[in-house]
Design a protein around this ligand. Structure first.
Ligand SMILES: Cc1cc2nc3c(=O)[nH]c(=O)nc-3n(C[C@H](O)[C@H](O)[C@H](O)COP(=O)(O)OP(=O)(O)OC[C@H]3O[C@@H](n4cnc5c(N)ncnc54)[C@H](O)[C@@H]3O)c2cc1C
Ligand code: FES
Length: 263
């Protein structure tokens, strides 16, 4: 019980700068976790923030942290051998076992691609359990592309497309919102599960596109973000409707997420 609330000190193994404002931290961790779960990451006298786990490994976990404010800016200054503090893993996770035998469609925007990377790593370890994997990621510009190296690797094994809103002169890939990639894929809903993570407006438009393509809301999973404090279902800070995002979520079937939005 105590360990739910008491952060554990860890020494950072490795830091990789992904974009101007986003960094991947590799941390020692042997407690086990599943794609979709998050950690509470803190620095003494600074604060604590929820961050999705973006890996699936036995002896380590990776976090992609984007510098957006007071705590994340301090975290993003840390380097290998510095210390930070962790609680977790918390929250529910994508129902990977129930989804065996399906193809997976992963749709992400901006730093919302973080938990989807964890799914790809999980699938790579359990490749025979799933059919095809489709990856559709959208970013503001080529400079904002996250997991660039992984995307090159994934392209060899999975149907992977990346789009940007604002291309530069060197960009040769897709341009426009990620919804367009989804619509132009021509995918049907047979034996498929869809995981969407990104800004709420992106989730809304992708959800509408999928509905037009014949997908039903029970085969779509979304990750919800709310301001959090305790992370363990005690303080009520992350409540939406009658659900606590830190405990009942952050992963919800889209049908349920829509009901919560309307409450
Ligand atoms: C379950 C979950 C998973 C997350 N995963 C990641 C991740 O993998 N990588 C990552 O970089 N960030 C992630 N976030 C968002 C991250 O927690 C916030 O960016 C962080 O809390 C901001 O803290 P700050 O003190 O740096 O910024 P602040 O100074 O507190 O705020 C800066 C801006 O960010 C907004 N903000 C603060 N907290 C949140 C929040 N929880 N959700 C949405 N907006 C917020 C504020 O309204 C403000 O506009 C996740 C959030 C949740 C709830
Ligand atoms: S953050 Fe405290 S109940 Fe969810």
């Amino acid at each position: 019980m105590k360990e739910l609330y008491v952060p554990k000190e860890v020494v950072i193994r490795h830091v990789l700068q992904e974009t101007e404002d986003s960094f991947i931290f590799r941390l020692p961790f042997d407690k086990g976790y599943m794609p979709g779960q998050f950690m509470q990451v803190s620095l003494p006298l600074i604060g604590e923030v929820p961050i999705s786990i973006c890996s699936y490994r036995d002896d380590a976990l990776e976090l992609l942290i984007r510098n957006v404010g007071s705590v994340t800016s301090k975290l993003c200054r840390l380097r290998a051998h510095d210390k930070l503090y962790l609680r977790g893993p918390f929250g529910n996770y994508y129902p990977m076992e129930k989804l065996t035998g399906n193809s997976l469609i992963l749709i992400g925007g901006g730093s919302g691609v973080a938990p989807l990377r964890s799914i790809v790593e999980y699938v790579c370890k359990n490749r025979r359990d799933y059919k095809e994997v489709f990856i559709f990621f959208g970013f503001r510009s080529p400079y904002d592309i996250l997991f660039r190296k992984e995307l090159e690797r994934w392209k060899r094994n999975f149907k992977t497309r990346v789009t940007v809103d604002k291309p530069d002169e060197k960009w040769q890939g897709d341009v426009g919102v990620v919804t367009r990639l989804v619509e132009s894929s021509g995918l049907d809903n047979r034996d498929k599960a869809v995981m969407i993570c990104g800004p709420p407006i992106m989730v809304k438009f992708v959800g509408e596109s999928l509905a037009r393509m014949g997908f039903n809301n029970d085969q779509i999973f979304v990750s919800l973000e709310r301001h959090m404090k305790c992370g363990v279902g005690k303080c009520g800070h992350c409540m939406i409707g009658d659900k606590l995002v830190c405990k009942d979520g952050p992963i919800f079937q889209y049908s349920e997420a829509l009901k919560l939005r309307d409450q």
